[in-house]
Design a protein around this ligand. Structure first.
Ligand SMILES: CC(C)(COP(=O)(O)OP(=O)(O)OC[C@H]1O[C@@H](n2cnc3c(N)ncnc32)[C@H](O)[C@@H]1OP(=O)(O)O)[C@@H](O)C(=O)NCCC(=O)NCCS
Length: 261
């Protein structure tokens, strides 16, 4: 892709305040939750060809639902401890596989601080995966404006060299980045990830032109993410790829161009 071709597709991101106007689509709206936190968007996933894919675990998929929530201090107060418990359980093991125990401790602490900041911010779109039977949170993902974070030198300088500094600065301004994504081990492989991603896509569509993803190669995760953005009906197109070594092991870095709403 040439610099000038890429620059042509850049359009400014809509102001943050407009995000509050997003409407939920789901019929599942437990009243007790809505009373606690007003800015919740409930959904069962976008009806596109990815979401509609049939699979052997279709029945199990109905056992989970994804809830989209705007970040806020109240949200953190309500779900923060559960999010931290899940994160420590899942990323404690991942970090321990790639780092010393001292480093693992400090990485978990750093992440805990970031999670609190990110999930408390009204700029963050949070998706919580619930077990339908118990309503328990069993996974989460979230997305924030890329320009709310400092430059990730390792990969972003290369991207800026590829697209050109000015074009990349514009892209960065119109980008959202997906933060920590996880599902409790007992609830994996049951369609929850696709539900969360569909819900996230639905709520970032129209606000951002690009989605940045930094994903682990382990367990074929990067392949799953790439497959999501490949082929007809995919909710975006990968326009740039790179690799990096991270504290959670080797990762792939993608910039996904999102469709116009
Ligand atoms: C990453 C994580 C959230 C994924 O959740 P999961 O339930 O294990 O995901 P699945 O294995 O069901 O895969 C998700 C989808 O990709 C599809 N998929 C799996 N392997 C695939 C492949 N090689 N190519 C294409 N699609 C693939 C699956 O069919 C599934 O689709 P479906 O939801 O429509 O059934 C979970 O494994 C996790 O928490 N891992 C630990 C934390 C982590 O690594 N987080 C990511 C950090 S970057």
């Amino acid at each position: 892709m040439t610099e000038s071709a890429e620059a042509q597709i850049i359009s400014p991101v809509r102001p943050t305040s407009e995000r509050d106007t997003i409407q939920g689509t789901s019929d599942r709206q437990p009243n007790f939750v809505r009373k606690i936190i007003p800015k919740r968007w409930w959904g069962r996933g976008v009806k596109n060809s990815n979401a509609e894919r049939q699979s052997a675990n279709e029945v199990q998929k109905n056992n989970y639902f994804a809830e989209c929530v705007q970040g806020s201090p109240e949200l953190w107060g309500e779900v923060g401890q559960r999010v931290l418990d899940l994160h420590t359980k899942v990323f404690g093991d991942i970090y321990a596989d790639n780092n010393s125990s001292l480093k693992t401790k400090s990485l978990l602490k750093e992440d805990a601080e970031s999670l609190e900041v990110d999930l408390s911010s009204s700029d963050t779109t949070v998706v919580l995966l619930h077990d339908s039977a118990t309503n328990e949170i069993v996974g989460f993902t979230y997305a924030y404006p890329l320009n709310s974070k400092p430059l990730t030198e390792q990969v972003e300088q290369k991207a800026a060299n590829t697209f050109g500094d000015a074009a990349y600065a514009e892209m960065r301004n119109a980008s959202t980045e997906v933060g920590i994504t996880l599902i409790d081990e007992a609830h994996r492989g049951k369609g929850g990830w696709t539900k969360m991603m569909n819900e996230l896509d639905k709520h970032v569509l129209g606000k951002y032109r690009y989605m940045v993803r930094c994903v682990r190669r382990a367990d074929n995760y990067s392949k799953k993410v790439q497959a999501r953005y490949t082929g007809e009906g995919s909710p975006g197109t990968i326009i740039y790829k790179d690799k990096l070594n991270s504290v959670s092991g080797p990762q792939d870095y993608f910039i996904v161009r999102l469709p116009e709403k």
